[in-house]
Design a protein around this ligand. Structure first.
Ligand code: GLU
Length: 318
């Protein structure tokens, strides 16, 4: 840490929290690099957390590959990698607190019912994709009927809040109406929005850097943190990487993972350099390594528009 900062109390703790369900692609790698740079440039710690609440067969578990990909780019992390699948007790303790405060209710809706209810006319505005509150006012009898029909309920938060405003280092201030988010899914698994809030606080994470596809979830997470009496982290949502079609980068866009690119003769170090150029931290052809970027990193210089890969990413990135 820079002079004057106690080594045992970093000013910042950042993290990268991938879901280990596939190989990391250029978009994930770029977000990881930005998250690492945010933390390291402030002399902070950097953690990796595997968001593995959706269990996948061992053959599809990419945790080891993802960690190897981060290391290949020159990114390091502090301490053990944490797995959400091993932390259900923490999430249940948070749910119990919300429950004790009368802030939860069981929801028996299917996805389809939610879609239909959300598109039907009703009082007041329901934001896109928001839960319209169908099960919020069920009588005990109506609940019993649904239980008897064998529908396993999800557990929702009684949000009771208007728009919640958050401040983002890259996007500025924005607000959204917080709906009755799911806390525990109807398969018994804690929901992402709850787990992420509990984990970031439990791990002392005060700097959340992630793809801007999650920006819209941030007011919900801020509200949950507030209700649980947990500190809000700062947020920086990084614009996504788009494929040539203008859509979010995906498999169809050709060589987008380190092994795919390596097969075309593009090394991990080449990828790091391409990402650095895309972040305006290096000039094309400049022989930088990840560690060289730490001192150059300036959040205000980051591009605030998506990075669009050229057609045939194998060629375009070389
Ligand atoms: N696990 C999420 C993802 O891979 C990221 C969650 C977060 O960074 O808050 O998209």
């Amino acid at each position: 840490p820079p002079a004057g900062r106690a080594a045992c109390h970093p000013v910042t703790t950042g993290r990268f929290a991938p879901s280990p369900t596939g190989r990391l692609h250029l978009g994930n790698l770029r977000t990881a690099l930005v998250a690492w740079l945010f933390a390291r440039s402030e002399g902070g710690s950097f953690l990796v957390r595997m968001e593995d609440l959706d269990r996948v067969p061992a053959s599809e578990d990419h945790e080891a590959d993802q960690l190897a990909d981060l290391a290949a780019l020159g990114l390091d992390w502090d301490g053990e990698v944490v797995r959400q699948s091993e932390r259900f007790d923490l999430y249940e303790a948070a749910i119990a607190r919300l429950d004790a405060a009368g802030l939860t209710y069981p929801c028996y809706c299917t996805r389809r019912e939610i879609r239909e209810a959300a598109s039907a006319p009703h009082d007041g505005p329901v934001p896109d994709g928001a839960y319209p509150g169908t099960c919020r006012g069920l009588t005990p009898r109506e609940r019993a009927e649904r239980e008897a029909a064998g529908r396993p309920p999800a557990l929702r938060l009684r949000a009771d809040v208007g728009p919640v405003t958050v401040d983002d280092v890259l996007l500025g201030e924005f607000s959204a109406v917080v709906d009755d988010v799911v806390l525990r899914r109807n398969d018994g698994v804690p929901a992402y929005n709850l787990a992420v809030v509990v984990d970031d606080a439990a791990q002392g994470v005060d700097q959340v850097v992630r793809g801007d596809d999650l920006a819209s979830s941030t007011p919900r997470q801020a509200h949950l943190a507030d209700l649980l009496g947990l500190p809000r982290p700062t947020w920086a949502h990084v614009p996504l990487v788009l494929g040539p079609s203008g859509q979010r980068l995906a498999k169809r866009d050709g060589a987008v993972t380190l092994p795919e690119l390596a097969a075309l003769g593009v090394s991990a170090l080449d990828v790091l350099r391409i990402l650095a150029v895309s972040l305006r931290l290096a000039l094309p052809g400049e022989p930088v390594r990840a560690a060289d970027l730490v001192d150059r990193f300036e959040p205000v210089l980051l591009p605030t528009v998506p990075w669009v890969l050229d057609p045939g990413s194998g060629r375009s990135v070389t």
